[in-house]
Design a binder for this molecule. Sequence first.
Ligand SMILES: [Zn+2]
Length: 704
Amino acid sequence: MISQWTDKGAEDALSQWGTDHGEDLALRVYTSRLIGADPELVLHGGGNTSVKTKVRNIFEEEIEVIFVKGSGSSLDSVTPKDLPGLDLSRLRRLRNLESLTDEEMVNQLRTRLLDASSPNPSVETLLHAFLPHSFVDHSHADAILALTDQPNGVELASEALGGSIGILPYVMPGFPLAQAVAEVVETSPDLSGVVLAKHGLFSFGASAKESYERHIHLVNLAEEFLSKRRNGKTIFTFARTPFKEEAKSNAAMAFPILRGLLAEKSFNEEGFKKVVGHWDNSVKTLEFCASREAETLVKSGPITPDHVIRTKKLPLFIDNPAWSDVETLRNQLSEAVHSYRNSYDAYFRKGQQNTAVIKDKLSSSPKVVLLNGAGALCFGSSYKEANIVADITQHTLATKALAQVIGQYESITDRELFEMEYWSLEQAKLKGARILPLSGQVALITGGAGAIARGIAIECTKAGAQVALCDTNKKGASQTAAEINHQMKGNYAKAIEMNVTNDESVREAFDETSRSFGGVDIVVPNAGIAYVERIEELSSKEARKVSEVNYIGVLNTIREAARIFRLQMTGGNVVLNASKNVFSPGQEFGAYSASKAAASQIAKVSAIELASLSVRVNLINADAIFSSGSVPSGLWDEVGPERARRRGISLGELPDFYKERNLLKTRVDAHHVGRAVVFFASNLTPTTGATLPVDGGIPEAFPR
Ligand SMILES: [Zn+2]
């Protein structure tokens, strides 16, 4: 690991933040980002940093202040506002207390803030405040954890890092840890850092650069020691080397089954509280799952206590999944999940017996499932959360394996893990995520590059769903996905190549969606093409072409949806984007209207056949969707000129012509179709086989 500090980077930070926030805070932000950018130091919200400086208060008095990372931000992207300032002299007085409850500690921190609107300062704020140094950096560096997650971790750390560093055995974070670290440093004021065994590393310095570079130096010493100890030994011995391609089909089969097993019946009997998946198929993870060492290492806890709230105490590991038979695999996974939940419940009961405060049990389900032959299938209540779980898992497995090579991996005890998992301050980190109507659900939309799909995808993601935009035009679908992800500030949409007329391609797109998000819950057959011709001139060739997409494409899409729904066994929704033409056909639109009518009939038969799987199939009859916001519809680009000519109006007048035609005198937009999809997918009413017009009201197209 090399120092990423550059004078140019520091100057840039000073010119960006120095004037408004002062030199100290500007450089604090700079080196915090350097630490945050290295996943071998911290992951996502992990780690924290601080700086002590002076500011003028409202009375023009100079006071001592500490700026410390607040919760809810990640070091790699912090800005000055993510480091709330606190009155340092008041915090320092707490050092003399014998004890301090968590609740009072949080109260003390909040009431010492300089700005009432600041985020909560880190739970480690007092540890930072009690140290005399201006700059303090804390990480959960992989190398430090591989070194100290050992029965003799304290001795190994002292051997590896030398005398200028304090080393503490594991102490529960919070006030007791802050006191313990302060004591070590008060006794030996020249220390450049403190290692917390089985937790992480603190470094200190008089400047941002000094503290950061000491941090890197200490991690380097740990890395060198590990590599010497390892002495070229291979990390894993294999039962069988896994193949990437095999892992791909295995994951596609296992993901929907597992996701179904992990879904919990929600308060609303109509639905399930579902989880979203993220697949870690890195070579290291595949190797870990196939190694002989896995069996032992999966029985040990997280590499640092912070991770327990994300990954739970243990992963679920299956050494010999029945890849050759889906039903056997289902039974195997079902039994494994069942026994995982039982042992989690036993761990909870035991932990509760040792605790005075009554705790609410969290979900008993695993967050990480390791399958030999498929890698790590990671789960969270959102894609973002699942992604965090996957990143942590990848580092956890590599670090455990390395620790095992140089000695014997050992985590903190069950009792300590329980204390951490059920610590009110850790639980507070997970709160605040809004539950939306489609939270935890995955939507697959065909015709994903078009304007209507854009409207549907935007409404579904706003309602909390992950979205797969499937299209033969993957580039177009990617543009929409990128636009949505930019707007929503996260990864909510993904483009997947799919040709609805090709059985294999449809199957593969569904599998790819499963591998990307864990499964599929909402399917919107929306791909369609139009062709304008009188019956007398309509060739069978042209009619077939339209039918292939509008009718066979819908059949293919619903068939594959049913396959995934059957693996998940948690219901599902199909919402067909049919057409007002089904009830009210227009002239010269025979190929289109007939194919849409066929698709509607397929949807209705599906409603009958799939009801036993709790799958609902409904239809939307929209009319005259010219755009999704400012993005024009490709279908209307094609048929619009002909339509306008027939009606004796200009192309530009066409939208208003259709607006005047409906009862509500409304322009219908793709977002209206999207909202209708969200309504059906929310399971708010027990409805299947129904048609909802989204057309502004056209009497001849009323469903009957
Ligand atoms: Zn920590």
